[in-house]
Design a protein around this ligand. Structure first.
Ligand SMILES: Cc1cc2nc3c(=O)[nH]c(=O)nc-3n(C[C@H](O)[C@H](O)[C@H](O)COP(=O)(O)OP(=O)(O)OC[C@H]3O[C@@H](n4cnc5c(N)ncnc54)[C@H](O)[C@@H]3O)c2cc1C
Length: 367
């Protein structure tokens, strides 16, 4: 049996590993000249690690060092708004890892035979019968997996009427700062902007910033330094230590819900199926879950029944997590002073268990 995978990001490569391990002939069509990722960190949460365990790759990530679960949310002056019990989170849900994105892509890529990988191949159209048109010609397969991200050609080919990506109103900047000491990982909320930092096992610090902004606007590192200069330590120092070329800015999009993730012999997964806001840090974790589930369902039940099972199991879960992610992040982008004052007064009064409750469904998945 042959599967063609459109897109060689985390979701597409994870699917390639899963199908290859089940004895399928795999072909990954990736438009970029090489398989890699932007220079930023990525939190792999307990459910994502379990999906990697199902591929036999979880321990390779753990061996690089475990990360602490998120410690909570602070105000710009450093006061804690929400403080998590990280020992309890780890005990209840399992381990967290923070990796460089490119390291995870490398790990997945090297678990697939090199002959299966076709970089520099842009897909232009996918047909439900399993035919894929690309700039190298046409390829046919028993199964096609559209893992081509938020602006997915596969999705547009199959459901041309479905609404496209929606800009959520904020831009995101990601960077890795040079090695320095920071206390655990936490997020800080201001008015319509926030800053998160996550220590990496080698001492470097993955930082992400998000701020309300008109679509397409670009902001330099110098402006970010000014904007966050009066926030609590270590935020100004982290920004001072970063290099301009290490900063990547992307506008943030999510995809409206699809009524199905499958059509004929084709399935979509990862961001192509359910691009979500980054607030729960679950996008890649869900793509990993999708990949493991899809390969198991199709390999066990056959293509058509397996695709139906994949859609039945994955669509409600991923759409629920996308909804929660949107809800959890919304107050971080409130910008009116009365609303943010209300938020900052209310958040410390909420029971600590509430945070756990909002993510329990995400973290407790197992293959
Ligand atoms: C600021 C931010 C922080 C985040 N943090 C986390 C986190 O900590 N943890 C987490 O789990 N998730 C996180 N995410 C989400 C995560 O980055 C994505 O959900 C994940 O990378 C999606 O992977 P994917 O493989 O589905 O899509 P993508 O990574 O977008 O990969 C799609 C691939 O398809 C290729 N492609 C596209 N079109 C074509 C075509 N026509 N032909 C051939 N190839 C094509 C692209 O080049 C690309 O390689 C974050 C997102 C953001 C924005």
């Amino acid at each position: 049996m042959k599967v063609v995978i459109v897109g060689g990001g985390i979701g597409g490569l994870a699917a390639a590993v899963a199908f290859h391990q089940r004895g399928w002939q795999v072909e990954v069509l990736e438009r970029a000249p090489e398989f890699t990722e932007i220079g930023a960190g990525l939190s792999i949460q307990p459910n994502g690690l379990r999906a990697l365990d199902a591929l036999g790759l979880g321990d390779a990530l753990r061996s690089g060092g475990l990360a602490d679960p998120p410690a909570g949310i602070r105000r710009a002056d450093g006061t804690w708004l929400v403080r998590n019990d990280i020992t309890d989170l780890r005990r209840r849900f399992g381990e967290w890892v923070t990796v460089h994105r490119a390291a995870l892509v490398d790990l997945l890529r090297t678990a697939v035979p090199a002959r299966a990988l076709r970089p520099g191949t842009r897909v232009s159209h996918v047909r439900p019968d399993g035919t894929v048109h690309h700039d190298g010609g046409t390829t046919a397969a028993d199964l096609v997996v559209g893992a081509d991200g938020v602006h997915s050609v596969t999705r547009r080919s199959l459901w041309p009427q479905a609404p496209g990506p929606r800009y959520v109103g904020y831009s995101a900047w990601r960077l890795i700062a040079p090695p320095q000491h920071v206390e655990g990982s936490a997020e800080t909320w201001g008015r319509g902007e926030r800053f998160g930092h996550v220590p990496m096992p080698d001492g470097r610090v993955y930082c992400y910033l998000m701020a309300n902004a008109p679509i397409g606007s670009r902001v330099s590192l110098g402006e970010l330094r000014q904007r966050f200069a009066h926030w609590h330590d270590p935020i100004p120092a982290l920004l001072r230590s970063a290099r301009e070329e290490a900063v990547a800015q992307h506008d943030t999009y999510e995809l409206p819900k699809l009524r199905t993730y499958v059509s004929g012999n084709v399935a979509v997964l990862g961001d192509a199926a359910h691009a979500m806001t980054p607030n729960l840090g679950q996008g890649a974790c869900q793509a990993l879950e999708d990949a493991v589930t899809l390969a198991a369902a199709v390999d066990t039940l056959g293509v058509r029944a397996g695709l139906a099972e994949y859609d039945r199991v994955r669509r409600p879960r991923t759409q629920m997590i996308a909804r929660r992610s949107r809800q959890v992040g919304a107050p971080a982008h409130w910008s009116s002073p009365p609303l943010t004052a209300l938020r900052d007064a209310a958040l410390p009064l909420l029971p600590r268990a509430l945070f756990g409750r909002s993510v329990t469904a995400a973290y407790t998945w197992s293959a």
